[in-house]
Design a binder for this molecule. Structure first.
Ligand SMILES: Cc1ncc(COP(=O)(O)O)c(C=O)c1O
Length: 397
C-alpha cells in the first residue's frame, strides 16, 4: 500500500492553490532543491569536468532510465534518457520504418499530439519515396491497421480528452498485420501502471516533466523492446550513442542495446531534479495509484456534472478508457479556466473548447477535488467568467 499523505508532504505545493495541472507540469519535489544545489555546487562546482566520471554523470541516462522502467513495465536496460519527447518520437519512427521496409505507412490518429504528427510529416518528407502518414479517428485505429502499415504511432492517452487506448489490443492487432508499434506515454508514465513488456510493445517514448515531476524542460525517455535493440539503427546517430564515444571514430558504430538511442550530452541538472522525484516514486505501488486516480476522477466527474449542467464531459466514463485527467467542453472554456485560475484552481485549456484537469494521486486529495468542484460551480452559476479580462488569450493556454 502507498501512503499518499506522505508522498504529498514531499512536494512544494504553494498555499492557497489547488493544482490540477500536474498532467502538464508536475510540481517541485522538495528534495529536488537540495539535490540540484548539490549537483551544482559539489559536482559541477568542485568536480568540474571530472564529474563525468566521479559523479557518474555519463551513466545517468541509463541508470535513471532503469528507474523509470519499473513505472512503465519495461525490462531492465531497455530505457534511455535524453533530449525532448519530439526528438524521441522521431528517433523511434525512423528506426521502426527502417526495420519494417518496404512498408511505408505510418498510422496515427487525430487525437495524437500535434508534435508527433509534425515529426512524422517531417520524416516522410525527408524520406520521400512514398512514405506517408495516415491519420484516422481514435475509434478507427484498430480497423485501420492493415498489412500496408509499417508502424503505428499512437499516444496512449489523448491529451485533450483523456481517452485511453487499449495498448495490448492495438499492439496485438499490429503484430498480426506485420506492423510495429510506437507508444507515446506522455500522459501515461506516472499516471497509471503501464505494461510495455506484457503488451509486447516495440517502441515507446515519453516525457518526465508531467506526472514524473522533473521540472520544466526535463528530459524525455525512449524504450526499445530488447528483441529489437540490436537491430534498431538510430537515424539521429549522435556521439553519445556510439559504441565508443571517446574513441572519436570517424564512422558511427552503434552502442549495444538501447544506449544507442542516446544522442548528445545529457542534461545533468534536470536529471538530478528527476532523481529526487523518482525517490518519491520508489515508495509508490502502481495499482494503488490507479485506484486513487480513478476515485479522484470519478469524484470530479460526478461533482461537476451535478453542479454545472452547461459543461459537457469529454472524458470517457469507462475506467478502462480513461487516463488520469478529466476534460469538459464549453464554447467559453478559455474564459472559464482563467476565472478558475484567478480563484486558485489551476488547470488548463486546449483549443478549441476543452478545459482540462489533471489528477495526480501523489499529491491531489479528495478534499481539493471537492473544493475545486465548488469553485467551478460558483463560476458557472454566476457567469463569473464573462469578463473581457478572462477572454484575452495569453501565449500559453
Ligand atoms: C503526447 C505528447 N507528445 C509529445 C509532446 C511534445 O513533447 P516535447 O515538447 O517534450 O517534445 C507532448 C507535449 O506536451 C505531448 O503531450
Amino acid at each position: 500500500m502507498t501512503d499518499f499523505a506522505a508522498t504529498r508532504a514531499q512536494f512544494h505545493l504553494p498555499a492557497g492553490l489547488i493544482y490540477l495541472d500536474g498532467n502538464s507540469l508536475g510540481p517541485l519535489p522538495r528534495a529536488a532543491v537540495a539535490r540540484v544545489a548539490k549537483t551544482v555546487q559539489d559536482e559541477w562546482g568542485d568536480m568540474l569536468i571530472t564529474g563525468w566520471n566521479r559523479a557518474g554523470w555519463m551513466d545517468k541516462p541509463m541508470s535513471v532510465g532503469n528507474r523509470i522502467a519499473r513505472l512503465i513495465g519495461a525490462e531492465p536496460n531497455s530505457v534511455a534518457m535524453g533530449d525532448t519527447l519530439s526528438i524521441k518520437v522521431y528517433q523511434a519512427l525512423a528506426s521502426a520504418l527502417e526495420m519494417n521496409a518496404p512498408r511505408k505507412v505510418i498510422l496515427s490518429d487525430s487525437g495524437n499530439f500535434p508534435s508527433d504528427l509534425y515529426m512524422a510529416q517531417g520524416l516522410c518528407r525527408t524520406l520521400g519515396e512514398g512514405y506517408t502518414l495516415r491519420i484516422v479517428a481514435p475509434e478507427e485505429v484498430m480497423d485501420a491497421i492493415d498489412d500496408t502499415v509499417a508502424v503505428t504511432l499512437i499516444t496512449e492517452v489523448d491529451y485533450r480528452t483523456g481517452r485511453k487506448h487499449d495498448m495490448a489490443a492495438i499492439t496485438k492487432r499490429a503484430h498480426e498485420k506485420g506492423a510495429l508499434t510506437i507508444w507515446d506515454l506522455a500522459h501515461s508514465a506516472g499516471a497509471f501502471p503501464v505494461e510495455l513488456a506484457r503488451a509486447g510493445a516495440d517502441f515507446a517514448c515519453g516525457c518526465t516533466y508531467k506526472y514524473l515531476n522533473s521540472g520544466p524542460g526535463g528530459p524525455a525517455f525512449i524504450y526499445v523492446a530488447p528483441r529489437h535493440q540490436d537491430r534498431a539503427r538510430p537515424a539521429l546517430a549522435g556521439w553519445q550513442g556510439h559504441d565508443a564515444p571517446f574513441a572519436f571514430d570517424l564512422d558511427y558504430r552503434p552502442a549495444t542495446g538501447v544506449e544507442r538511442m542516446r544522442v548528445g550530452t545529457p542534461p545533468i541538472l534536470q536529471l538530478a531534479a528527476l532523481e529526487a522525484s523518482l525517490d518519491i516514486w520508489d515508495s509508490v505501488d502502481m495499482a494503488a495509484l490507479r485506484a486513487r486516480s480513478l476515485a479522484l476522477t470519478d469524484q470530479f466527474i460526478a461533482g461537476v456534472e451535478a453542479a454545472c449542467p452547461t459543461l459537457t464531459l469529454a472524458t470517457p466514463r469507462d475506467h478502462a478508457m480513461r487516463g488520469s485527467q478529466v476534460s469538459f467542453r464549453h464554447p467559453e472554456g478559455y474564459a472559464i479556466m482563467q476565472a478558475l485560475i484567478s480563484k486558485g484552481v489551476i488547470g488548463d485549456f486546449r483549443a478549441p473548447d476543452i478545459i482540462r484537469f489533471g489528477f495526480t494521486p501523489l499529491y491531489t486529495t479528495h478534499d481539493e477535488v471537492a473544493q475545486a468542484v465548488a469553485i467551478l460551480a460558483e463560476i458557472m452559476a454566476k457567469s463569473l467568467w464573462d469578463t473581457p479580462e478572462f477572454k484575452t488569450r495569453k501565449k500559453v493556454t
